[in-house]
Design a protein around this ligand. Structure first.
Ligand SMILES: Cc1cc2nc3c(=O)[nH]c(=O)nc-3n(C[C@H](O)[C@H](O)[C@H](O)COP(=O)(O)O)c2cc1C
Length: 314
């Protein structure tokens, strides 16, 4: 994935996630950008640092019953429940399309058992056109697996080790904010061989229809995403960056270049854009342009000079 497109004029935007060189730090967040193809008419995929595809399981999943989406002030609740076409259909039907782009493709994976995670990693390792694996141990909307793997350091480490043992691809472990101390989990997965961590997944929430006195979501609870969660996500990214040696990818409520810059300055090596894609399918390109404009305005030639440049001294 080395590319001279990472140098726009004299601005060097390239970042590294383990062994993977991204031409810029703007990625999409899993579950908010389909399998890439759906967004291609609106957004030039060749300009993105990476596309993280919808979470993939060993077998196809129907997800949770409707209603499973609810708008909230400055965000949304979702309880989609990891609906997806399954790993084999992804490789056969979706990857060939993505291979035509100069783009890093990250497969987001999910298992109901530790062995399922291992199996999916094994299958993906042989797939032409996958550049990295993001391991979702943080979905709050499924009965088996998901956040159950991400809330305990030893279990999170076990999943990471099993995936690591099956693949040479960069392994990014995606963490949940629904824990007391996210750094404990981050340190455990780093020690278990993760190349990077990404955070945050959604915050568990709920909403009640007062006329019917019933939850709005059939699943009762859902995951909160969007601008409402950004300050929490930023705080967790900052805390995690200070504890780890591996790169941290910031996710949570990023809708503008200024939002993305906050995460980069706090120490995130890259950012993933989620819910904002539903409002503007080309938002990622605007964010990339905005980061570049900011760097020009501040005379910053390399993105490394910006990453982690937060000043906290009095
Ligand atoms: C509708 C929807 C589906 C999602 N599906 C997944 C998924 O399959 N795997 C995953 O790791 N995260 C999933 N997420 C979480 C997002 O990738 C992201 O971590 C979260 O929404 C916070 O970022 P945002 O505020 O920018 O949306 C989903 C989020 C939404 C809103």
């Amino acid at each position: 994935m080395e590319s001279n497109k990472e140098d726009i004029g004299h601005i060097a935007l390239g970042v590294r996630i383990g062994g993977l060189a991204l031409m810029n730090p703007v990625m999409t967040a899993s579950g908010t950008f389909g399998y890439g193809e759906e967004f291609a008419p609106f957004c030039d995929l060749n300009r993105l640092g990476a596309v993280v595809v919808k979470g993939l399981s060993l077998e196809p999943r129907m997800g949770n019953p409707a209603p499973r989406i609810m708008e909230t002030p400055c965000g949304m609740l979702n309880a989609v429940g990891l609906q997806n076409i399954g790993i084999r259909a992804f490789i056969n039907d979706k990857l060939p399309y993505l291979r035509q782009f100069d783009l890093a493709v990250i497969a987001n994976i999910f298992g109901e058992t530790v062995d399922e995670y291992r199996r999916i990693a094994e299958i993906l390792s042989g797939a032409d056109g996958v550049h990295g694996i993001e391991v979702n141990i943080s979905c709050p909307n499924v009965k088996k697996g998901g956040v159950a793997f991400g809330a305990k350091p030893d279990v999170a480490a076990d999943v990471t080790k099993k995936v690591r043992s099956e693949t040479d691809l960069p392994v990014i472990v995606k963490l949940t904010p629904n824990v007391t101390d996210i750094t404990e989990i981050a340190l455990a997965v780093e020690a278990a061989g993760a190349d990077a961590v990404s955070l945050i997944n959604t915050l568990t929430g709920m909403s009640v229809d007062i006329e019917r006195r019933r939850p709005h979501l059939a699943n009762i609870t859902g995951g909160l995403s969007g601008p409402a969660i950004k300050p929490v996500a930023l705080r967790m990214v900052w805390q995690t960056v200070r504890c780890l040696k591996i790169p941290v990818i910031g996710i949570g409520g990023i809708s503008t270049a200024a939002d993305a810059l906050e995460f980069l300055i706090a120490g995130a090596t890259a950012v993933e854009i989620g819910t904002a894609n539903f409002i503007d399918p080309a938002v990622t390109i605007g964010i990339l342009d905005g980061i570049e404009a900011y760097m020009i305005r501040h005379g910053i030639g390399r993105i490394d000079e910006l990453i982690g440049s937060l000043k906290t001294d009095p």
